[in-house]
Design a protein around this ligand. Structure first.
Ligand code: 3PG
Length: 326
């Protein structure tokens, strides 16, 4: 099987490389289009709690239909598995809702600049809660990221404190989701029916039920009507549906990538993805960016690339030292 995976099949590329390339492409494509459609939806229908809940609901429906029709292998669900998914799902819900709240109040280019600092939040979280530390170089690499986010914040024309804090909260929530998934799914990994897609499907279903009461409490059941004159309910409905489907598909595609690449490649891929979203959203929405704002983006994104690499090298050293000591 290893041979079949690595043998060149097209333009000198192996099946495995083609598969990773395909998921990378879909991840970026779905993500860029999602962000634009999602922001347009929020511009006409500003209900971030309800919209983010519908997005989870559509994803839940999508995977359930695939399982029911036998188009995707059904996961073996039991009480233990559900319990182990509660915490990751809760953090997924918080991360998703706060992202959507941020998107609704500031330019999406700004939300994604703040979100590019997610790996740094991860390292701070590891230091504070897990007492895992890295070499000074790694912390040094955080400086341009923090300066970049600060520069973007002071020069962003659409800046609001809520937009900034929600984007930052989503960073903490997604870091917590990744840590809790690793911890609680550690022993369920052996189950072959629990593929990455199925795990994400189950997290989506649980997250939907967790967010639903909050959405009803904060925003109730809003009418599907545009606040922009001249846009009909059908258009709003269409945008909600497309944004929701794309939300699920881009997350699935990211799991497709994650399955075959190292964590370093994935986090670099994720930062480059944010740059693609920032650039395409600035073009799509004609966002006014001052030079300081661009400098902020460059420092935040460039700094995260350097930071990811520094952390990777550090981890390699730590692993080698551990091996030597054993
Ligand atoms: C969400 O709505 O959950 C955000 O778009 C998440 O953004 P990310 O997947 O790029 O971190």
């Amino acid at each position: 099987a290893g041979d079949a995976q690595t043998k060149p099949v097209f333009l000198g590329l192996s099946r495995k490389r083609l598969k990773v390339g395909f998921w990378f492409f879909m991840w970026y494509l779905y993500n860029v289009v999602f962000n634009i459609v999602n922001k347009k939806t929020l511009n006409m229908w500003s209900y971030p709690w309800v919209l983010s809940t519908i997005q989870l609901g559509v994803g839940a429906l999508y995977v359930s239909v695939l399982w029911l029709l036998g188009l995707r292998r059904r996961p073996q669900v039991n009480g233990k598995l559900i319990r182990s998914l509660i915490l990751p799902s809760l953090f997924h819900t918080i991360g998703h809702a706060t992202s959507c709240l941020s998107f609704s109040s500031v330019a999406i280019s700004f939300t994604h600049t703040v979100k590019s600092a997610e790996p740094v939040v991860g390292a701070l979280g590891s230091a504070l809660f897990l007492h895992e530390y890295y070499s000074p170089m790694v912390y040094f690499a955080m400086i341009p990221i923090i300066v970049g986010v600060a520069l973007s914040s002071i020069s962003e024309l659409t800046f609001t404190m809520a937009g900034f804090l929600n984007a930052m909260a989503s960073n903490f929530a997604f870091v917590a989701r990744n840590v809790t998934s690793k911890v609680s799914l550690g022993d369920t990994k052996k189950d072959a029916s629990l593929t990455a897609f199925n795990t994400y499907g189950l997290i989506t279903i649980i997250s939907f039920f967790l967010e639903l009461p909050m959405a009803l409490l904060f925003e109730g059941l809003p009418k599907v009507a545009s606040r922009i004159p001249g846009i009909g309910a059908g258009t709003v409905f269409g945008y909600i549906a497309v944004a929701s489907l794309l939300y699920h598909l881009y997350n699935e595609a990211s799991y497709g990538v994650l399955e075959d690449v190292s964590p370093l490649t994935f986090s670099i891929g994720n930062v480059v993805k944010r740059l693609a979203i920032i650039l395409s959203s600035v073009i799509a929405f004609g966002t006014i960016m001052r030079p300081l704002n661009w400098l902020g983006v460059a420092l935040a994104v460039g700094g995260t690339l350097i930071y990811s690499y520094a952390k990777h090298m550090d981890q390699k050293k730590i692993d080698a030292a551990k091996k030597k000591a054993a």
